[in-house]
Design a protein around this ligand. Structure first.
Ligand code: SAM
Length: 282
């Protein structure tokens, strides 16, 4: 198994990795959400979140390969009954710093927490933003193709000839589409709406994401066997997904208690205690 677990603030750790010539194929992460879990790991006021997050920009930018991708899983927060748009502000800030926002994915939770709110319903989804330094980042769509649903096959066959053979997009998106290619196709691309149960495998970390979320993006956005960085590693879910799929993770986490969680999870008990514990990752 090839992985690295680094117990450090991620800005310092990324600086050292960059100085050592490390460049990664994908940054896959879920940073601390605004005002979240102050006792466990701080908590940043949503009004200042975009500014705070931009302090990590230089490290993310310099550690990512030119054709690499950066995926951020995050959720807006309700402040005084109203959705605060700190997430949009953060993405706009990153865009102003040079990142391209290639797409917004929506992670739909199969099992959102029950509850009651006077003016809204249960929170059932979160964002995953796909950012990159180039407009044409590496992508391996074949790695995530899904069997074509019978309903999709029927829908294509039901279309008029005009729509089956349409070449240029009619909504000015810049993408042409010839639906006739998909007649009788057994596999199609999934959509950018990902339905995944929110049950995580970490019983200790309060904000772990489900392993199938990083698994999807790792397979889609890194060349096989590539280097995957999670700078806010938490319980190491990204690391476990990467290892299971044959990729090499670098996990950075500031809190000692979660480092233990990661070690147990990845069974990588070699040499932690110094800043960097490593196996064979370059
Ligand atoms: C939302 S959690 C990530 C959970 C993770 N995706 C999982 O599945 O377990 C964010 C993590 O970032 C860590 N963190 C916060 N600031 C950090 C920093 N500056 N450097 C490294 N880790 C940090 C926190 O301790 C926390 O564990």
């Amino acid at each position: 198994m090839d992985f690295r677990i680094i117990h450090s603030d991620c800005i310092d750790a990324m600086r050292e990795l960059i100085a050592g010539g490390v460049q990664v194929d994908l940054i896959m992460t879920s940073p601390p959400y605004a005002d979240a879990r102050k006792k466990q790991y701080g908590g940043v006021n949503p009004d200042y979140y975009a500014e705070w997050f931009s302090t990590f920009h230089e490290g993310f930018w310099n550690i990512l390969k030119p054709t690499g991708s950066f995926v951020i899983n995050i959720k807006d927060k309700v402040v005084n009954g109203i959705r605060h748009r700190y997430v949009w502000e953060t993405i706009q800030k990153l865009t102003s710093l040079g990142w391209h926002c290639i797409d917004d994915y929506i992670w739909v939770k199969k099992n959102p927490m029950p509850g009651y709110w006077p003016t809204r319903l249960r929170d059932g989804w979160e964002y995953c933003f796909h950012l990159s330094k180039t407009k044409t980042p590496y992508i391996n769509q074949d790695a995530v193709r899904q069997p074509t649903k019978e309903s999709t096959k029927k829908r294509i066959n039901y279309l008029s000839e005009k729509y089956k053979y349409r070449y240029a997009s009619e909504n000015q998106s810049g993408f042409g589409n010839n639906l006739s290619h998909y007649i009788n196709k057994e596999k199609v691309l999934p959509s950018n709406v990902l339905t995944i149960s929110s049950i995580s495998k970490s019983k200790k970390h309060p904000a772990a994401y489900p392993i199938d979320l990083p698994r999807f993006f790792i397979k889609l956005l890194s060349p096989p066997g590539g280097l995957i960085l999670d700078p806010f590693a938490g319980s190491g879910t990204t690391g476990q997904a990467a290892i299971e799929e044959g990729f090499k993770p670098i996990l950075i986490e500031r809190e000692q208690e979660y480092i233990k969680d990661i070690e147990e999870r990845l069974n990588g008990n070699q040499g932690i205690g110094t800043k960097v514990s490593t196996t064979n990752v370059p």
